[in-house]
Write a new protein. Structure first.
Length: 453
């Protein structure tokens, strides 16, 4: 083992491990992206495919990554290089992950910027409306302004860099541990209000009554991409986080808990948003703007709504920050350990690259609106290439690596913590899925979704 890994910072407690891993998974993916994609892709059917993808692909890839990261105690690039047979290019998984992290941050910081801006809009009362036209106007005024949206994106980048400079355990662990439960509580409040709206039933029907005619290869790929994005897998984030795991942590159980919590939060967000969409006459397929229009509308229809709106966007901002910290950690850990850069330099360098890279995504809502590649604007392109191509491809190779290269014997050893855990049946099930089911499924969905067969 390389000597500079011995002094690695790590998560101090087992609860801290769970909280920090959840902190990476839970974010704009649950609150913003999940409702947006569900609304655009026909509701319940999409939800169903997404849940299947999470169970059959998401969970196994997550377990594999954490296991390998904890074994190597290194960043993603080094993990696959060191654990793989010499001379084989497995470290490309890590490299592709670094690229995916940068692409995701390119649009994620943009949306996070909108969330931060909405905290202030909520304080001023300017977004407290149940009228779809007024809500849309407020949203467009923000995303359509190049200066405002860029300014918010850069504020977000500066903030995240500042937290990263504080180090792994102090920065990430502390922030996420306290605030996750509060976010959950507030989501329940929104759900309660949303469910008591007069036309709530229509929204619930949309979310929970599947219509199988809506399934296409493209929709399935989208749901699979969301499963990867949601659990922060396929790109080395969970490998890097695994490297901070304690040796006595039960990996399959921790991963399953994270997956279940994460899924519950997404579904809660759906229950908070869709009844309101149908009640107030919003467009379910509004996409990126959906969250920003419906949540203020729900709160505007209840007492104390303004305060709740402010708190809601604050907590969403914090959840987004937890996820961004983990995204940042991928290139930062790589630069520090591969190129012996100081943590400060690596963080600032990453932030500068992101400031430049993120701008085209942000500006695609305004001045660069007509600039398209493969029919997508830069915001959608970053999202598509990362979630729907790089993460699934990374996932295929991670499964092959864990199941076939690392192999059954060593996997049993690692997942039972050297025989200390009595989980042989669970590990056998995991090995079967990771060898035979997940890689095959992802390959088929990917090729079919990209219309390659
Ligand atoms: N899982 C995070 C979310 O849903 C996003 C993310 C993706 C974070 C990939 C890290 C890596 O918001």
């Amino acid at each position: 083992m390389a000597q500079q890994t011995s002094g690695r910072d790590g998560f101090a407690t087992r609860l801290g491990v769970l909280a920090a891993t959840l902190g990476s998974a839970v974010g704009l993916g649950n609150i913003w992206k999940f409702p947006a994609l569900t609304g655009q892709n026909g509701g319940a059917t999409f939800l169903l495919v997404y849940i299947i993808a999470t169970l059959l692909v998401g969970l196994p890839v997550m377990i594999s990554e954490i296991m390998l990261g904890r074994k190597a105690k290194a960043n993603a690039v080094r993990t696959y290089r060191e654990l793989g047979p010499k001379g084989q290019p497995w470290s490309l998984i890590g490299i592709s992950g670094v690229i995916a992290a940068v692409l995701i941050m390119g649009f994620y910081t943009d949306v996070a910027g909108w969330v931060f801006a909405y905290i202030f809009k909520a304080m001023s009362g300017s977004i407290a409306t149940t009228d779809p036209a007024v809500a849309k106007e407020a949203f467009v005024a923000l995303v359509g302004s190049p200066t405002q949206s860029l300014m918010w994106q850069w504020i977000v980048l500066a903030l995240v860099s500042a937290i990263i400079l504080g180090g792994v355990s102090s920065g990430i662990e502390r922030t996420t541990k306290i605030l996750m439960p509060v976010l959950l509580l507030l989501l329940c409040v929104v759900c309660a209000r949303s469910l008591t709206l007069p036309k709530a039933a229509e929204g619930l029907a949309f979310l929970f009554t599947p219509d199988f005619s809506k399934i296409t290869g493209g929709v399935i790929l989208m749901a699979l991409g969301l499963a990867f994005f949601k659990l922060s897998i396929g790109m080395g984030t969970m490998t890097t986080y695994g490297s901070y795991f304690r040796d006595d942590q039960n990996i399959p159980v921790t991963a399953a808990r994270v997956m279940l919590c994460d899924l519950s939060i997404s579904i809660l967000a759906g229950v908070a948003i869709f009844p309101a969409v149908f009640n107030f006459g919003f467009e379910p397929s509004a996409g990126p703007s959906l969250l920003f229009m419906t949540i203020p509308a729900v709160f505007a229809s209840m007492p104390g709504g303004q305060l709740f709106t402010v708190i809601f966007f604050c907590l969403t901002a914090i959840a987004a920050t937890g996820a961004m910290l983990s995204l940042f950690e991928v290139p930062v850990a790589w630069l520090v350990e591969e190129f012996k850069m100081s943590r400060a330099k690596a963080t600032i360098g990453t932030a500068l690259v992101l400031g430049v890279m993120g701008a085209p995504a942000t500006l695609s809502m305004s001045v660069l609106g007509d600039f398209k590649m493969f029919g997508l604007n830069m915001f959608d392109l970053y999202d598509f290439v990362s979630s729907n191509i790089l993460l699934p491809v990374g996932g295929i190779f991670i499964c092959i690596f864990a199941g076939w290269v690392w192999g059954s014997k060593r996997t049993r050893e690692l997942l039972s913590n050297g025989g200390h855990l009595d989980n042989a049946a669970v590990v056998s099930g995991f090995l079967f899925v990771v060898k035979w089911v997940s890689p095959v499924l992802v390959t088929i969905v990917l090729l079919n979704g990209l219309k390659l067969f």
